[in-house]
Design a protein around this ligand. Structure first.
Ligand SMILES: [Zn+2]
Length: 454
């Protein structure tokens, strides 16, 4: 709050407010619900800080991803979206807030954009490992269908194509109709869903639209299909082990690599936490599947990985593959590792191989530093990088053929706006709002924490 990383509003959980911070004089908004477009952290990462009585509208897949991330990830405020551990002061001045281990985890209320199935309710109602005698239990929040909830305006959700399952756009109907795209693209496997939403959004007078790639479109465009071809070629040309690095939960890219693995006579090896997520998504009837995947057996302590022992090991115990097996037959596998999994190379000890970087370009200095580190790791094991390179000055450059963005290009954004033809355009999620103003009439640039009536 002091650093302006959160809007100065009185909408946060009271157990998170230390004694030296008062939020009572900030506007207390009457929030009927949060509409979450998809489960990427730059969209949902601050939900955990919101007052616990505020319901979250989200697709069943987004709900599963948020819950799964908390189950299988590191506990942090950013991952406390589906359920949280209440804090309490642990010093006399009320300045240091820590998790109260005597209290049970508290689940949030969700309004699912589809009727919640039994598997979703069950998944939300328990935490792996909670059956132990002293283990902390989870008190689930309510989960209903958004049709059954009372909102002061009509809400409808519309699936769109993005780089994570369960992405939706929304339409709000009150005195005027507002369409919000969420993050979207029209060049992935679900492009038709985005096109359908664009057709439906014609009735909207206000369009809130993302603009990650707003601006003139850059040269040749990659699609999921062209990425598949480029990566297939890279794998065919590889000797030794192949590492495929794509962003976590980009399960469409995982499918792409699964197909490449089949064509090249290799097996695709995923991390246990990805299998946990895929298994949970598969249970709620999404498009994801664990079929044909092997699981990397990490050298790690299993005491904090009840999600792995209770779910992944129990269901897929025969799919595990260890470092020694990969070392003996490196050409038999494609490993879904990211930069943070490089430590496992110390166990596998590969001699040569290929690393395919198939994710977004570095967009800040920290990421560039990570790429220099990654370069050193690859050099150490004689692994050839593909998709990025480093020049002698240490500057990183990327090869766009190996990644298709999760976001619509400038041309596609302009085309969507032309087709929807709204009375007012509200660009969000962009560093180039000026482009909208230069290209279109009636653009409203919104400021954080300010109230607008549409
Ligand atoms: Zn996103």
């Amino acid at each position: 709050m002091y650093l302006d990383l959160l809007p100065r509003l009185n909408i946060y959980r009271s157990d998170l407010i230390p004694a030296d911070l008062s939020i009572n004089h900030y506007p207390a908004l009457d929030v009927a619900a949060v509409l979450l477009s998809h489960a990427h952290l730059d969209h949902g990462g601050n939900i955990g800080m919101l007052r616990e009585d505020i319901p979250v509208v989200a697709s069943p897949e987004s709900i599963v991803i948020m819950k799964g991330m908390r189950d299988a990830g590191i506990a942090s405020l950013e991952s406390e979206t589906a359920y949280f551990s209440p804090r309490q002061p642990s010093d006399d001045q009320g300045l240091y807030l820590s998790s109260d281990r005597s209290k049970i985890y508290q689940g949030r209320t969700f309004c699912s954009t589809e009727k919640p199935c039994e598997a979703l309710i069950t998944f939300l109602s328990r935490r792996p490992g909670q059956d132990g005698r002293t283990a902390r239990k989870l008190l689930p929040g309510r989960c209903c269908c958004y049709d059954e909830a009372e909102f002061p305006f009509g809400i409808s959700a519309h699936p769109v194509d993005h780089s994570i399952p369960g992405a939706v756009a929304y339409m709000l109907r009150g005195e005027s109709t507002v369409a919000y795209t969420g993050d979207f693209r029209v060049h992935g496997r679900r492009a038709e869903a985005s096109r359908k939403f664009i057709r439906q959004a014609k009735e909207a007078s206000v369009l809130i639209i993302e603009g990650t790639r707003a601006g003139p479109s850059e040269g040749e465009r990659s699609s999921e299909e062209s990425v598949r071809e480029a990566c297939l070629k890279a794998v065919e040309d590889s000797e030794g082990v192949v590492i495929a690095d794509f962003s976590p939960r980009n399960f469409e890219r995982l499918e792409t690599f699964k197909d490449i693995a089949t064509r090249t006579g290799r097996e695709l090896v995923a991390m246990a936490k990805d299998i946990y997520m895929l298994h949970s998504l598969q249970d709620v009837g999404g498009s994801c599947s664990t079929d044909g995947l092997r699981i990397y057996k990490e050298i790690t302590s299993r005491s904090n990985r009840k999600w792995e022992t209770e779910v992944v090991q129990a269901e897929y115990g025969d799919r595990y593959i260890d470092h020694a097996t990969i070392r003996r037959n490196p050409e038999g596998y494609i490993l879904c590792f990211s930069f943070f999994d490089m430590k496992h190379l110390l166990d596998i000890k590969p001699q040569g191989g290929t690393y395919i970087y198939s994710a977004c370009e570095a967009f800040n200095e920290e990421m560039e530093i990570d790429f220099r580190r990654l370069w050193q790791w690859l050099q150490r094991f004689g692994i050839k990088p593909c998709g990025f390179s480093l020049d002698e000055r240490g500057d990183v450059s990327f090869d766009r053929r190996y990644h298709a963005s999760g976001h619509a290009s400038g041309d596609d954004i302009a085309q969507a706006i032309d087709e929807i033809d709204p009375d007012l355009i509200v660009p969000v999620h962009t560093e180039n709002a000026a482009w909208f103003e230069e290209t279109f009439e009636k653009v409203l640039r919104v400021e954080e924490g300010k109230r607008y009536e549409l």
